[in-house]
Design a binder for this molecule. Structure first.
Ligand SMILES: NC(=O)c1ncn([C@@H]2O[C@H](COP(=O)(O)O)[C@@H](O)[C@H]2O)c1NC=O
Length: 516
């Protein structure tokens, strides 16, 4: 037996009026009686279609500048009567209220109004009250009523009505979508109230954080094959919105590494390439052009670059595409690709190509911990201590312009490395990276070992202060010519003395860039 419920009477009240005439025409052609709010009704009537204004149903004029239109028992009892219960049907009869079988509503554009920089009063006026009330009522009563909040579904609606109504499964799906819609709407309103209208204290962090993420993909697996995983997008522009131009589906680890690569490549203004494995760089470099940057980045650690993720902060051209095609690469993310570059790269079946025109602009970072969530302002590379003119020369002679450029590159690159991070660079390219060790001496040893002969004459950056002189001593013994580090250790004097004794330039930034 079919569980379709016929649609005889529909209530339409939409802010976004795109497609509403076509919807109304389809419904009228299927014999559906339409009831509608002010401007929606005017639009339908102007298309020459029969429509009953909601005022005629409520017996009450739209009032208070539209703040009260549909908030009336004749509307809400018509939506909320459970037609499976004879007593509900009888009560509607007694009251002379006709039931609705279909409710089509979309809400005032609150978030767009906030984003436009409108005044608090204008934003408040765009908090829809009657719309969510109808949507929630219809979604609750989905055994009897179908609710539609997405104009993209209008064709489906006309089809379902012509087929004899919506199935229970369809009404359940529409109800779930409707509650997601009002929940996300309320999160936006509550967040704005907490953050903008009534910030609770001087901490800058809201007392409550609500989230709204939409699933855009179910991934093959998570970090490991026995883990399930899916991708959700927040609605704010970022890597989750990148356009995949080619290749297999992105994996969980691909997303993590690509996010790290994308950020690392955008920490430099000149053409830059970052090659990432396990969220750590195996090479970052800037060059005269993007292909040159890649050659230098790849040369840092060609062994580790195998199977890496590559981010470029400029368009991928033919030369770069040819270079990349020689190395097994999981993902390439870039603002764009030339046609001939795409021709070369798409010849590789498995390489994933992502187009991401925008640079990262994260302002807050969230991290889940068991039972909670940590929020912090994003670590940017624009702190006062990131400006080399603010650095303190603590030991040795000031660097010449080229040497200082290298040291600034190393400082900007080291924040892409998981702590404890030591990074050696020459000619604005990493030559040795020591990452993720639980003491700074081992990170220094790793960076020096990876650099090999290239350590001599290179410059070094440390993401945080040297707690003892031992880590720095590893770099001095390897022949680095300059070091930049935050400073701030209780043993700074010991550390500075070691650099001075070796005749090596040491700058202090006063800013730290831990990455865990
Ligand atoms: N006040 C009410 O009773 C009310 N009922 C419906 N609305 C909204 O008014 C809009 C439709 O109105 P119109 O057809 O006049 O453009 C829809 O976005 C709907 O969600 C209302 N507006 C705000 O709360």
């Amino acid at each position: 037996m079919s569980d379709r419920t016929p649609v005889r009477r529909a209530l339409l009240g939409v802010y976004d009026k795109n497609g509403v005439e076509e919807l109304a025409r389809g419904l009228v052609n299927a014999g559906v009686e339409l009831v509608s709010t002010g401007a929606t009704a005017a639009r339908i009537a102007a298309a020459g279609l029969p429509v009953t204004p909601v005022e005629q149903v409520t017996g009450f004029p739209e009032t208070l500048d539209g703040r009260v239109k549909t908030l009336h028992p004749a509307v809400h009892a018509g939506i909320l009567a459970d037609r499976r219960r004879p007593e509900h049907v009888a009560q509607l009869d007694e009251l002379g209220i006709a039931a609705f079988d279909l409710v089509v509503v979309n809400l005032y554009p609150f978030s767009d109004t906030v984003a436009s920089g409108a005044s608090p009063d204008e934003c408040i006026e765009q908090i829809d009250i009657g719309g969510p009330a109808m949507v929630r009522a219809a979604a609750k009563n989905h055994p009897s009523v179908a609710v539609v909040v997405d104009p993209g579904r209008y064709d489906e609606v006309v089809e379902a009505v012509a087929a004899g109504g919506f199935t229970l499964a369809q009404r359940r799906e529409l109800a779930a979508e409707a509650f997601r819609h009002t929940a996300a709407y309320d999160v936006a309103v509550a967040s704005w109230m907490g953050n903008v209208l009534a910030p609770d204290d001087a901490s800058g962090f809201p007392e409550w954080v609500g989230g709204s993420w939409e699933r855009t993909d179910v991934l093959r697996y998570g970090e490991n094959p026995h883990q399930g995983a899916a991708l959700y997008r927040s609605g704010q522009s970022g890597l989750a919105d990148a356009e995949q131009l080619h290749g297999k589906q992105m994996s969980y680890n691909n997303y993590v590494d690509t996010d790290a690569a994308w950020r690392a490549a955008h920490d430099h203004a000149d053409p830059c390439v970052a090659i990432i494995k396990h969220a750590n760089p195996c090479g970052i470099a800037v060059g005269a052009d993007i292909a040159a940057a890649h050659r230098k980045a790849h040369a840092c650690d060609p062994v580790s670059a195998f199977g890496g993720v590559i981010a470029a902060n400029r368009e991928v051209d033919l030369t770069l595409a040819e270079q990349i095609s020689e190395v097994f690469t999981e993902v390439v993310v870039a603002p764009s690709f030339t046609d001939d570059a795409l021709g070369v790269l798409t010849a590789k079946k498995n390489i994933r190509l992502l187009r991401m025109p925008e640079a990262p602009r994260l302002s807050v970072e969230l991290r889940a911990i068991s039972g909670g969530l940590l929020l912090q302002t994003a670590d940017r590379i624009d702190a006062p201590g990131d400006d080399p003119t603010s650095w303190t020369l603590a030991a040795g002679a000031p660097l010449d312009a080229a040497g200082l450029d290298d040291l600034v590159f190393a400082w900007r690159a080291v924040r892409a490395v998981k702590s404890n991070a030591i990074l050696l660079a020459a000619d604005k390219a990493t030559v040795g990276v020591g990452m993720g060790q639980v003491n700074r001496v081992d990170s220094a040893r790793l960076a020096v070992a990876r650099a090999g002969e290239r350590a001599t004459g290179s410059v070094a950056a440390s993401d945080a202060f040297f707690p003892f002189a031992d880590g720095l001593q590893v770099l001095l013994d390897a022949g680095v010519r300059a070091v930049v580090q935050p400073g701030g250790s209780v043993r700074d004097e010991e550390v500075i003395a070691a650099a001075a004794a070796a005749g090596v330039t040491l700058y202090l930034t006063g800013t730290r860039h831990f990455a865990h």
